[in-house]
Design a protein around this ligand. Sequence first.
Ligand code: F6R
Length: 251
Amino acid sequence: MTAPTSPQVEVLPTADAAIPILLGELRAALVRRPRPLIGFATGGTFTAFFAALAAEFAAQRLRGSDFVATHLDEYAGFDAARRGGMVHELVTHCAGFGEMLRSGAFLPVPGSEAGLAAHEAAIAACGGVELQFLGIGRNGHIAFNEPGTPFERGFHATTLAASTRDDARPRFLPEEPPRQAITSGIATILAARRVVLCAFGRGKAPAVAAMLRGAVNATCPASAIRRHANAVVLLDNEAAGDLRAQASAQS
Ligand code: F6R
């Protein structure tokens, strides 16, 4: 029997087609392990998924006691209530996360390095991350591991790349986006038992090709996913565009 290849890559007709798959991944994690720790990514890639999760909570098909939630990163100096921050985004899009935060079933990434040891200990106390959702930046970052970040790092403070700040600018207007963040490291991400990375839209196509076909090294942090034994990459047609172009140039 041949071992399944990882990452498995699925090209979907639209980004919306990912939503039932993402809900299915969450449900499968709940079956594998009682009250698993689920790591969410923030950003536009997952906005529709958060709306779907909110509907699941509202219909009581999902409860805050089913799992423990955490996320990948937070802007430096931000607390859970601050607009533009990651926790604020999560609870705004899905009220269920807000209830989990109040009941202690949501582990927010601290806005400073001071809280990181306690955060990592809280993750370990949950038995580690069972399922990690990931997006990808145009520059190939995952979480806020910008190009050049060694794969061996755990949670750390980081300086955001110019393209990352450009992409974040609309959510902070009229202010400038932050320069620093606290992020999960690639070692932490690779320790999750299941990883699901989503990339949608033409703007992600070069990063997707670098992740899946380029060298596995820190130049493209997302290429680390090729070192994970149980990962899936969900793309829409546009994000898969450069992969297809490379394949047809080679044939
Ligand atoms: C955010 C995060 C980032 C985003 C990435 C894509 O928590 O981890 O790596 O996933 O920047 O962002 P969007 O989805 O806005 O294109």
